[in-house]
Every structure is written in C-alpha cells, then in structure tokens.
Design a protein around this ligand. Structure first.
Ligand SMILES: [Zn+2]
Length: 650
C-alpha cells in the first residue's frame, strides 16, 4: 500500500530553491495545459486543481514550523518565500486564458458536471473576477504589486507583534505580589536568580491572563496591561498602508470599498445586513451589560479601570458561583482531555483515533490516524503545549485535503491542531483550565470539518471553499459541547484520585458560563463593528482612532485608557484574513447555536440532527454554499433566538 500521508519534514536550507523549482515546473505545466485543443474538466481543470494541492502540501510545513518553532532562520525563509509564492499565485489568478477556459468548460459541460465540479468552477471564476483577471494589463500589474506589498505588510505586522510580545517581561521579587496566583501558573513563572526566588510574567497568553485575572497588585496589572495594549506602535503606520492599499485594490476591481469586496464572496448579503445584525445584538445585550458592569463597580474599592475587569470579574464569579477555575484543573489533565474528546467524537459520530509512532517537529507533538466506521479516513497532528518560539493562541491548519487525484485515486486528508496549554514536565502534569478545554473542542471542530470530508474535488473539500462567515460554524458548534453534562462525565476525572467531576461542579460551570456574557458580547461586537466600518471607506492615521472611539461610545461601557492602541495588535484583520469579516464569528455563532440547541433538545447521544450534521455539514465541506447546507440540515431558515438563549441574554 502506498503512503496515505505525507511525512512531516522540512529543510530550511534548500526550501527556497525547491520552491522556485516547483513553481517553475508549475508554470511550464500551465503552458502545456493551455496548449490542449479541446479542454475539459478532466484534462484541464483537474490537473490545475491538483497542482495547487501539491504546492500547498509543500508550503504548509514551512508556515507551520514558522508558527510553532519560530527561529530567525524560519522567519527569514518564510519572509523570503512570501513574495515568490504571492507573485506566482497572483499571476495564475490573473491568467485570462485560464479564466476563459473555465468559463468555456462551465458552459460546455454544464449537463455532465457534478455539483462539486460546478462549485469548483463557480468559485474559480468568481476568484478570477475578484482578482481582476478581466481587467487590462496595467491594472493587473498594479494589482499584483499591491498583493505582494500587502502580504509583506501583514507579515511585518505580525512579526512586530511577536517581537514585542517576546521582548517584554515583568519580574516580581516580592512573594506578596503573587498571592492568589494559582500554583501551576506560579510554577511556570518561577525562577531562581542569585539565590532568590523570582517570578517572570510575560505578555504570552497563559502568563498574561494569569496575572490580569488573579494578580493582586494593581500597579503590576496596569503595568502589564499597558505593555500589552501598547505593543508594536510601529504597526499604526502599517495599518495606514494596509488600509490604503486595500481601498485602492477594491476600487480597481470595481467596488466602492473593501467591505463590499469582502462581502462579494460571503454568505451575508450586503453592508447594511451586516451592520443591522451587529447593532441588533448590541441593542439586545446592552441593558444586561449595564447591569453586569454595575455589579463589578460595586465590588471594586476604587474606580474600576480596564486593567481591573478581569480581576474583579474573577472575584465576583467566585462570590456568585463559587467557581474557582483552579479547582477544575485537576479534572482536565491534558491527556485525559484528549482521550475524552476522542471518545466523545466516537460516540457522536462513530469516529476513532489511533496514536501513530511518527516522529514530528517537537517531542510534545503527536499524530493520530482517524477512522470512520473502521475505514482509515484522515490524520490529525496535535501540538498542544506553550513553548518559546511558538506563536500564541490556538488554531487549526489543514494540510492534505480529501479528494480523488488525476488517476481517480483517493487522497486522504490531514490537519494540525495547535494550542498553547501549560507545559507538562516530569514533575507537573499539564492541567488545563476549562476555557482551554473549550478552545480545544473549538479547534477540533475545525479539524473534523476538514478531515471528515467525502468530497472528491480538493478545492471544495473540507474547509476549502467554505464561505468565511460560515467557517466558524463547525468549531463553535463543537465547543458548546464542552459544557454538556453527558460529555464532561465521559472524561473529566481527577488526575490523582480518578474521581469523576461531580454534578454540582458541572452545574456551576453551566451557571457561570453566561457570567458577564452581555459585556463580552458587546466587546466582540465592538471588534466586529470597528473592523467592518473601518473598511467601508478610507480611514487614515488619526481617523482610525476617532472611528474606534466613536464606536466605543455605543459599545464600551467602560472607556479604556487613551494609551490603549488595541488596533496595533488586531492581527486577525491586519495579519490574518478577517478584514471586513470579523463579524463572521457572531454570524457563525447564530448558525452553531441553532443546530446545537436542536441536538441538545433531542438528547446529545440519540440526536438525529447530529447524524445529519455529520452527513451534510461535515462530509460535504465546501462543495455547497453553507446557506444551502444549513437549509438541508434544518429544513428551515436560521433562528437567531437560539444564540441569545445559548448566551443567557434575555
Ligand atoms: Zn475558529
């Protein structure tokens, strides 16, 4: 049997040469394909599609390693490769001959193509038109220049942020200042110098959150908060450049602004429907948010500031719900959680994971084969612990996509799930917060969306081809289960006593889930509205801050300090693909809450909707618009009431 999965390997020294060579070959192949007299889906589209898949398979290990084992060398190779790959893909996406061939084939074979193939053509043609294939040569050259510049700017934005995050540390020498911090966070921060015990807090996520939530010393909290919200000031210049290039690009393509351009390939209809949707949620959450903030203000001995909210929220949460997240950690030992989610997915969808012996990029990383009904289906790579040189946060990255190749041979799918959980050591196990468990469920939701695909065309298989504003639907759907009694009982047992988490503890989790939910809803809406409006016309320099301040009049019940330059760290929209699309999180929440509530109402492990979800949403990936898949699944339109119900907002 031939190898089903690629071996994870990367040679940074030769990477650029190899990339250049592959691209040269691809370019020659494109010329060759264009020579074909009678172009068909099979002899023209399919080879192009697979060419893209193979280049992706070659490139993904570099972006992966640059994120999980970031070194100067990986940065350099990654930075050097970006213009090469962008130039190549831009040229490809502006090749009018390919565009015309696609349009021709779409017309000629419309009676014989299947839905997957039709969607590949539709998305490609749309993609061509969005990148300006039908425009004159001067405009095309201009667009190419803009694209290269934009990808460099995004990379600098995120590199500046990473450098600023890594450069900062706050050393605590007084034991009093770490009172209240959990044992595990204290252990991670602790070091010895000159025979003295000291504690190092950084802007990396587990560390920063630990102090902001539990750190008693208000001055240190402010110091950390200030350092965090003033990271990478040089990014504000990059923001101006990015905004202006995006505006120019949108106009060249015939749109009034970038928001319009962004929406043209999304599920949401138009600018108005996005802003109406967001402001409606602001309206519905505000009253409850005012009450929530009032409660916080009442327990703070001084005027409440932005760097106090996490700290007093935690106190209030403990007071109201007596929920100490630290008491939960022993029930969420990392390996238990991993095995637990596997078991849950097995019960829900009949999928099974088996550990492989593969050697990977770090000894803490591991891979699993995934079986559906005992048939090998995919491979999952897990890299779950925080370490130096690893980008913060959590994400899923797809590698292989399920499809049939040119010879009709099935190719299986694979995906990485990366998190930043507390590191385990010989002395200490990695004990997760419940939030971490939720994060892990979320990323696994993305991963199974990609891995369980049955689609034969890689470009619309798994997460490929899914509209941006629907991409978070499967992940948010799955994360909701991390609060379900029946699911938690499957795996949440104390790592020392093996005692299973009690009903009372679960009830507290559920009760406190919606704690301050209206305030956090408002915060997310603030990000979404800021991002969206920022792309409805050209904002430059001070105008960006003025816009943000104006939005905060509506959304921020507590005004952040004026030094807070949150936008300089808003990597989602300036270094990720979320520009004029951050609203997608909320949009997808509506979809996921709706389906989740049906599953719960039917009973988690006897739900017909769950089985249909596997067969319709997961197996069909991006081969249909999510609008259609959702309708097929629920047999009705979206019901947004379920999102408010899920968030406990009345
Ligand atoms: Zn996600």
């Amino acid at each position: 049997m031939s190898k089903q999965f690629l071996e994870f390997k990367i040679d940074l020294d030769s990477f650029i040469d190899e990339l250049r060579y592959k691209i040269e070959q691809n370019n020659a192949k494109v010329d060759e394909l264009l020579e074909i007299e009678c172009k068909t889906y099979i002899n023209f589209v399919k080879p192009l599609e697979m060419m893209g898949e193979y280049l992706e398979q070659f490139f993904t290990p570099l972006s992966h390693i640059n994120s999980v084992n970031n070194t100067q060398m990986s940065q350099k190779v990654y930075t050097d490769s970006l213009p090469i790959i962008t130039e190549y893909s831009t040229k490809l996406s502006q090749n009018l001959d390919i565009y015309n061939a696609y349009k021709d084939i779409e017309q000629k074979e419309k009676d014989s193509l299947n839905d997957e193939q039709k969607r590949v053509l539709k998305l490609n043609i749309e993609h061509f038109e969005l990148s300006g294939a039908h425009l004159d040569d001067d405009t095309k050259a201009k667009l190419q220049e803009i694209n290269i510049k934009l990808s460099e700017l995004s990379n600098s934005f995120s590199q500046n942020l990473l450098d600023a995050t890594n450069a900062y540390e706050y050393i605590i020498t007084d034991e009093k200042d770490v009172e209240g911090i959990s044992q595990s966070d204290k252990e991670s921060a602790k070091f010895e110098e000159d025979g003295k015990i000291k504690y190092r807090f950084t802007l990396q996520m587990p560390s920063y959150i630990a102090y902001m939530t539990y750190g008693k010393n208000r001055t240190i909290r402010e110091e950390l908060y200030k350092a965090y919200t003033t990271r990478a000031p040089q990014n504000s210049k990059i923001i101006d450049e990015i905004l202006s290039l995006k505006d120019e690009m949108s106009r060249l393509l015939g749109f009034d602004n970038y928001a319009q351009y962004s929406l043209s390939s999304k599920m949401a209809e138009d600018e108005k429907s996005v802003l109406d949707f967001l402001y409606k949620l602001v309206q519905n959450s505000k009253q409850q948010a005012v009450m929530e903030l009032e409660e916080l203000k009442q327990i703070a001995p001084q005027k409440l500031d932005s760097f106090d909210t996490a700290y007093y929220s935690e106190i209030l949460k403990k007071q109201n719900y007596d929920l100490d997240e630290e008491l939960y950690r022993p029930y969420f030992e990392q390996q238990n959680v991993v095995t637990g989610i596997f078991e849950f997915l097995n019960t829900l969808f009949g999928i099974r994971f088996e550990l492989t012996k593969e050697r990977l990029w770090d000894k803490k990383a591991s891979s699993y084969n995934l079986y559906l009904n005992d048939k090998l289906k995919a491979r999952l790579y897990l890299d779950l612990e925080a370490r130096e040189g690893k980008k913060g946060g959590a994400w899923m990255h797809n590698w292989q996509s399920h499809c049939k190749d040119m010879d009709g041979k099935e190719q299986l799918s694979s995906a990485f799930v990366v998190c930043n959980f507390p590191p385990s050591s010989d002395k200490n196990p990695s004990l997760l917060r419940h939030d971490d468990v939720v994060t892990f469920f979320h990323e696994m939701g993305h991963a199974i969306h990609h891995m369980l695909s049955d689609v034969d065309e890689n470009e619309v298989s798994g997460v490929n081809g899914v509209e941006w504003d629907a991409v978070e639907f499967p992940s948010q759907f799955l994360e909701n289960f991390a609060y379900e009694r029946d699911v938690l009982k499957l795996f949440a047992s104390h790592y020392q006593t093996q005692e299973i988490i009690s009903d009372e503890m679960i009830q507290k989790l559920i009760d406190s889930k919606n704690f301050m939910s209206a305030l956090s809803m408002l915060r997310q809406l603030e990000f979404s509205i800021f991002d969206f409006k920022l792309h409805t016309k050209l904002y430059q320099s001070d105008e960006v801050q003025i816009l943000l301040d104006a939005i905060r009049e509506e959304t921020a019940l507590l005004k952040p300090p004026s030094y807070n330059k949150f936008q300089n760290g808003f990597a989602h929209i300036f270094a990720g693909g979320y520009a004029a699309g951050y609203y997608s999180y909320k949009w997808a929440e509506v979809l996921s809450a709706d389906v989740f509530m049906s599953v719960v109402d039917e009973g988690v492990f006897s739900s017909k909707t769950a089985q249909k979800y596997l067969n319709i949403i997961l197996k069909k990936g991006g081969s249909y618009s999510m609008k259609d898949l959702f309708k097929e699944l629920m047999q009705r339109d979206i019901n947004p009431d379920n999102l408010l119900r899920l968030n406990g907002i009345k």
